[in-house]
Design a protein around this ligand. Structure first.
Ligand code: ADP
Ligand code: MG
Length: 318
């Protein structure tokens, strides 16, 4: 099988942990061991989040007195692809016997007229008071917004349209390599009318890029690995219930949190609707069981039927 795996930020860092290199390398090793549990003779394409890492680099860049301007986001995403790709290369080669891994710097094309540019929503970097945030916005051309009680920078999160290195990824997969690519949703770029591309200040959602990658590569399965057992309907309410086996139609009838589970559900639905393949959302350490449909939320094509709920999940948890 050809499988695209998207590793969530928790593959590298648990919430609240310090982003030290050794902490992240430890998590990356555990992630690679979890992927080795997929077993079988699969073609694996791995993509990953980069939220905490981009946050660290953005702060460093903003406070470096040698720079007249902080590095733009396309440059920061490129940095994180190299950093995380380097850790992942070592870890997967160690965890998966005989594995030959390659990490490819990957650019994702977005439309310059994507509505996200007029309405930036993705919070990035540190929190500030309103006064400081507005001053930084004036000095640096940032857009800032209230995030709860504090203020933060926001950048657009446009829809991924095209992956420039797609054909190279395909060739590497066909030659038997495990390919690590499109980290952090890919380096965001815009295509000029004459075909050249240039980077832009945006962050592409990594789950939506993973879905595009899986579709374009003709993958059989898309695994969205994170830190929860699966998708929960009515999350955080007394009516919360885990969703087991489901279809895009059933998921599309529900609403999910925009910054976290929403993009994963959207990515899973898009992939299944467009390809007829299977997508699964669940815990990183359950990767092998998820692929077998034994735990987590498994999205398969099909007519809408009553929502399948928690029996299987509660059984496996017990
Ligand atoms: P990742 O780094 O893996 O992309 P996210 O934080 O973006 O992680 O998404 C996973 C988180 O989504 C979970 O830790 C959980 O707190 C949150 N979440 C929000 N809504 C739901 C839901 N309906 N079902 C399960 N988890 C949800
Ligand atoms: Mg996420």
């Amino acid at each position: 099988m050809k499988i695209v795996v998207a590793l969530g930020g928790n593959a590298l860092l648990e919430r609240g942990e310090s982003p030290d290199a050794d902490v992240q390398e430890h998590h990356v090793r555990r992630a690679a061991e979890a992927l080795s549990s997929l077993g079988g003779d699969h073609d694996l394409i791995i993509t990953h989040g980069n939220g905490p890492q981009v946050g660290v680099l953005a702060l460093e860049s903003a406070s470096d007195p040698a720079l007249s301007h902080p590095y733009p986001f396309d440059a920061l995403v490129a940095e994180t692809q190299g950093l995380i790709g380097h850790w992942l290369l070592q870890a997967v080669e160690r965890a998966i016997p005989g594995c030959r891994a390659v990490c490819l710097l990957t650019r994702t094309v977005v439309d310059s007229d994507d509505p996200a540019f007029a309405n930036p929503t993705k919070f990035v970097g540190a929190t500030y008071t309103e006064v400081t945030a507005r001053r930084l916005a004036a000095e640096r051309g940032w857009k800032v917004r209230a995030d709860g009680a504090s203020w933060r920078r926001v950048v657009p999160s446009p829809t991924p349209k095209d992956i420039i290195e797609l054909d190279d990824i395909r060739q590497l997969v066909n030659r038997g390599a495990l390919v690590i690519c499109a980290g952090g949703g890919g380096i965001p770029v815009i295509r000029e009318p004459l075909g050249s591309v240039h980077g832009i200040e945006a962050v592409v959602d990594k789950d939506l890029t993973a879905a595009l990658l899986a579709e374009e590569l003709g993958a059989d399965a898309l695994l969205l690995l994170t830190d929860v057992e699966g998708v929960v309907a009515g999350y955080g309410t007394p009516q919360a219930r885990p969703i087991g086996s489901t279809t895009p139609a059933e998921l599309r009838a529900l609403t999910f949190a925009p910054g976290s589970m929403g993009p994963k559900v959207e990515a899973a639905c898009r992939f299944v609707e467009r390809t007829g393949g299977m997508a699964a959302i669940g815990r990183l350490q359950d990767a092998g069981l998820l692929l077998g449909g034994l735990v987590g939320t498994v999205v398969i094509p099909g007519p809408a039927t009553p929502l399948a709920t928690d029996d299987r999940l509660t059984t496996t948890r017990a």
